[in-house]
Design a protein. Structure first.
Lengths: 416, 208
């Protein structure tokens, strides 16, 4: 099996020759640049650079040499873009490691704190001293009269939250004729060059975008207070997403294998909301977008959805979901065996390969290896599983543990 | 159903206007502020907390109940102060240095407030120095520290050490997505909360 066949077998509930591996195929399967630099060194890879493609979380591009060494079966569509040196500029990571960041990123330093800027200079995110992340600091619709607002200018507001306004390779191209032509050409070239499964990051977030625009706590309160306004918001947002989905899949659809949507519906202890609220406020719209994606292209639909979301899984499957990620096994209701028993052959469990709350950051390499093998024994039989650690690998995670993790899936190829 | 029971029911349902109206009504009927607090509001918030823990209520329900509670407390607080009613204890809450996430900390604050504690919210990205300075001004019984990330969770250990070195006597309770009971123990925290609703029980258990 080549990599694409392996991933697609798993997603189609067939047994692959070995567990398919996702590393850096999308944000949550990725790795922070500070840790990636150490991983490369440990693997003896001296070529290339440290490229940060996701500025907010400071995630590194996993380069082909690293993918080869770790037997990675996925690649993100974004790797088709920004291939020349002029697309990047120099920056220094919080631990002092030099790196490259996209040239279009604007950062302002203010007394040790760093701010991520919108095109007009609005401070969208802040990375305070001692932190490795940019956190959102601007909520453009925080003071809106939520109950009565028609939500007619959402698209304009997207430029003013860090999660919707700060682009990454691929999403930096405008959705106009020229931009879509570049998207299509890049996707076509990547398809011709790789046999890895290509994941296109669409987003289409319905529950998260209102949180970015308004603020998390306010929006969660509004879910309880203003059902009509919440539905109105979801409808307007879905119309915007649908317009973009048609254009985007029209361009890249023939060349990608998986479309990734995003919406973190869960917390450590369970879903953010009741199943009834999910059904009323989000499910009809998820269903619309996901079904349309599959009409527009021969793709499978994956949702990145953190937390203890087991109570929502049947509804997500009904809405058209093919794969759920990241299978956060440390949360309530997310026992690997129970999920496998209950949902096998109905949804691909894309994740849950290694716990990132305790085992990967705090365990020994032997403990990591044992845990990963146990997870694979539970999740891989019959397919319906793609290996990925639960969350992108953070700063401070021991490199020996990362190597032990991949080595436990399938032996890695070392240069030293 | 008497007025106190109606307050409790409307608080659980998140009906802030009704809680305001009924709180005034209860006072005019002769109930004391302490009675309304203890027998209606604290009971109501306990109902929501228990439902939350059981997976029958979620963050939106908790937030609308808290909003209703705040509406009632706005009326009661000056009366409670006048009559010298003491809180069950004072707790500081703050998100650890380097971490700007606040909803977990805010939910914990809601539950402590709803259980009759005086809550002093120090905000996010709180350093040892900020906790210690505030502790000199208002001596707390408990200090609650929250973290969302494994990268910031580690800063809790330094804060606990600094608090002890500065002679702050308050018991420290920690929580947040990456935090476990074992981790709490390993860094010298006195108490651990698996969720916002668990914090109140953990704290109350030390006061019995």
């Amino acid at each position: 099996m080549n990599s694409r066949e392996r991933v697609m077998a798993a997603v189609n509930h067939q047994q692959p020759d070995r567990p398919a591996i996702d590393f850096g195929g999308h944000r949550s399967s990725g790795i922070m640049a500070v840790t990636y630099a150490k991983l490369k060194a440990a693997l003896g890879i001296t070529t290339g650079h440290i490229y940060v493609y996701d500025m907010i979380q400071q995630l590194a591009i996993v380069e082909p040499e690293v993918m080869d060494a770790l037997n990675v079966d996925t690649v993100e569509l974004g790797r088709a873009f920004m291939l020349s040196d002029g697309d990047w500029k120099d920056w220094i990571l919080p631990d002092g490691t030099p790196c490259k960041i996209p040239a279009f990123i604007n950062i302002e330093n203010d007394r040790g704190d760093q701010y991520l800027l919108a095109d007009d200079g609005t401070r969208l995110g802040v990375q305070v001293k001692d932190s490795f992340f940019f956190e959102q600091c601007h909520f453009p619709m925080a003071d809106v009269d939520f109950e009565n607002d028609p939500f007619d200018n959402l698209a304009e507001q997207f430029a003013y939250t860090q999660w919707t306004g700060i682009a990454a390779p691929g999403s930096h191209l405008p959705m106009d004729e020229a931009g879509l032509a570049k998207l299509a050409a890049g996707a076509k070239r990547l398809r011709e060059e790789t046999d890895r499964a290509i994941i296109g990051l669409f987003g289409g977030n319905l529950f998260e975008i209102p949180q970015y625009l308004i603020g998390m706590e306010k929006y969660l309160l509004y879910l309880g207070l203003y059902p009509d306004a919440v539905k109105r918001f979801s409808e307007k947002l879905t119309a915007l997403h649908m317009e973009n989905l048609e254009k985007w899949l029209g361009a890249v659809g023939p060349y990608i294998d998986i479309v990734l949507f995003g919406d973190d519906l869960g917390t450590q202890t369970g879903p953010f909301m009741s199943t009834q609220m999910y059904r009323d406020y989000f499910k009809p719209y998820h269903s619309k977008l996901w079904h349309r994606a599959k009409e527009l292209a021969d793709v499978k639909v994956q949702l990145h959805c953190c937390g203890g979301v087991e109570p929502l899984l049947n509804d997500l499957i009904e809405a058209g979901l093919d794969a759920i990620n990241p299978v956060q096994i440390s949360c309530n209701g997310m026992d690997s065996q129970e999920l496998k028993d209950k949902y096998d052959n109905r949804i691909c469990l894309w994740g849950g390969g290694c716990d990132t709350r305790e085992v990967l950051p705090l365990g020994t390499p032997a403990e990591v290896s044992k845990h990963v093998k146990e997870q694979i024994n539970i999740l891989n039989p019959g397919g319906s599983f793609v290996f990925q650690q639960v969350h992108n690998i953070l700063a401070g995670v021991p490199v020996e543990n990362i190597i032990a993790m991949f080595d436990a899936v399938t032996p890695i190829k070392r240069n030293i | 159903m008497n007025t106190l029971e109606q307050i409790q029911e409307n608080l659980v349902a998140g009906n802030a206007n009704k809680v305001t109206e009924l709180t005034n009504q209860a006072l005019s009927e002769g109930a004391t502020a302490a009675m309304i607090l203890d027998d209606a509001m604290i009971v109501g918030m306990k109902v929501i907390g228990d439902r939350f823990k059981a997976g029958q209520a979620f963050i939106p329900e908790m937030l609308i109940a808290a909003r209703a509670m705040t509406a009632g407390l706005t009326i009661l607080e000056p009366l409670l102060a006048d009559s010298g009613v003491k809180a069950k204890g004072t707790i500081f809450v703050g998100t650890v240095q380097g971490d700007l996430h606040d909803i977990g900390k805010n939910l914990a604050a809601i539950m402590f407030k709803g259980a009759g504690y005086k809550v002093v919210d120090l905000g996010v990205n709180v350093s040892s120095a900020q906790f210690i300075e505030k502790a000199k001004e208002i001596e707390p019984d408990f200090i609650g520290i929250s973290a969302l990330l494994t990268t910031t969770m580690v800063n809790m250990e330094g804060i606990i050490k600094d608090l002890k070195a500065a002679g702050v006597k308050a018991k420290v309770i920690i929580g947040g997505a990456p935090v476990t009971a074992e981790y709490a123990k390993s860094i010298g925290a006195d108490l651990y909360a698996a969720s916002a609703a668990d914090g109140v029980e953990a704290v109350a258990s030390t006061q019995a």
